[in-house]
Write a protein that binds this ligand. Structure first.
Ligand code: ATP
Length: 210
């Protein structure tokens, strides 16, 4: 999926959180968004996800302008901030419930997503109430992956993951990109940017500065 931002500006009250951002993201490529706290990485992800309407400019997904022809990218997996999962359900039950909304994913797709993030069967069969930070993070990424999206937007994906899980996730994201998915991740982790991202986009003050 290709994404083009044309002069995207977003003002919230008096703050300009995105400042004249123009960029073209190509299919099958991994992009890392870097920048200090509050620089605008999450806002950029939200704009691409269709969750934020620009004050000026356009986000164009495979040639279709967001908020004009389409409201959201048609095939998207996203993790933003703390996704809330009902705690009395297991990880598996949560994704099964979500899969009933679009009817696109099978039980095998869901299990495969858990495997891709390194979650064991006994973990996906545990209630979310008992999840550690890392397990919640893996569930959130499995949720982004299970419908095999053509666009993956991930905010701090390796946050809270141990070294082995981090490496497993990076390998998964490389494979997703190899099958044509556009991967855009915001990260403070040097290795996410250096080892995983094929292009690093530096954000400062709501603008792309490289
Ligand atoms: N609801 C809001 N109303 C007004 N300004 C906001 C709102 N949410 C965030 N901001 C501001 O938008 C700017 C960009 O925030 P954003 O969350 O995109 O930063 P970030 O680069 O993702 O930071 P971090 O590395 O801490 O996650 C910040 O100045 C922040 O204070």
């Amino acid at each position: 999926m290709s994404i083009e931002l044309k002069n995207v500006t977003k003002k919230i009250k008096k703050t300009t959180v995105l400042k004249n951002v123009s960029y073209r993201f190509e299919a099958g490529h991994i992009y890392g968004l870097a920048g200090r706290n509050g620089s605008g990485k999450t806002m950029l992800i939200r704009a691409i996800a269709g969750l934020l309407i620009p004050s000026l400019g356009q986000v164009i997904i495979d040639g279709e302008p967001l908020h004009e022809k389409i409201d959201f990218p048609p095939s998207i997996g996203v993790t933003i901030e703390n996704t809330v999962f009902p705690k009395d359900l297991t990880g598996l039950e949560n994704l099964v419930a979500l899969s009933k909304i679009k009817h696109q994913a099978t039980l095998d797709d869901i299990k495969s997503a858990f495997e891709k993030v390194g979650m064991a069967e006994r973990e996906w069969n545990t209630k979310v109430a008992k999840y550690s930070l890392g397990m919640r993070q893996k569930l959130s990424i499995a949720q982004a992956l299970f419908e095999k999206p053509k666009l993956l937007l991930l905010d701090e994906p390796t946050n809270g993951l141990d070294q082995e899980s981090t490496e497993k996730l990076r390998e998964t994201l490389r494979q997703e990109a190899n099958r044509g998915t556009t991967v855009i991740l915001a990260s403070h982790d040097k290795d996410d940017l250096k080892l995983l991202s094929q292009t690093v986009i530096q954000i400062d003050g709501g603008a792309i500065v490289n």
